[in-house]
Design a binder for this molecule. Structure first.
Ligand code: 5GP
Ligand code: ZN
Length: 113
């Protein structure tokens, strides 16, 4: 998608602090971090959000979670981290390219509000 912020980040047209990448996903630091560890894990392919996902996207959505677990281990936050996938404007979704937040490195309250 030519006008998608996160597609532009994946393409390197907008700079980001890259954490990890492979052939399926790109991971970078959130520009406005809410925790010492705050990464955004995104599929390279454009999916607008969970509502727009189809069965064909099931594997990549699952894969994003496995990458979160891998990074949680790598960044030593296995004592408690959180993945968040905001869906729709009322949830706070502001970028319409599916992304999984990975938050860690501090006490995380529940419920999140
Ligand atoms: P959402 O609110 O849609 O779940 O999450 C979008 C996230 O993207 C927010 O946490 C916001 O700080 C982050 N974000 C928005 N624009 C940029 C950007 O240009 N670069 C980076 N690294 N993060 C961004
Ligand atoms: Zn996109």
């Amino acid at each position: 998608m030519s006008d998608c912020l996160f597609c532009k980040i994946v393409a390197g047209q907008i700079p980001s602090k890259k954490v990890y990448e492979d052939e399926k996903v790109f991971v970078f630091q959130d520009i406005n971090p809410q925790a010492p560890i705050h990464f955004l894990i995104i599929p390279r392919q454009h999916i607008a959000g969970l509502k727009e996902a189809s069965e064909a996207d099931a594997e990549i959505i699952g894969y994003c979670h496995l990458i979160a677990a891998k990074l949680g281990k790598q960044y030593n936050v296995e004592d408690g981290y959180r993945t968040v996938l905001n869906v729709g404007p009322k949830s706070g979704q502001s970028v319409f390219h599916l992304h999984l937040h990975l938050l860690g490195g501090r006490d995380l309250t529940w419920p999140p509000g």
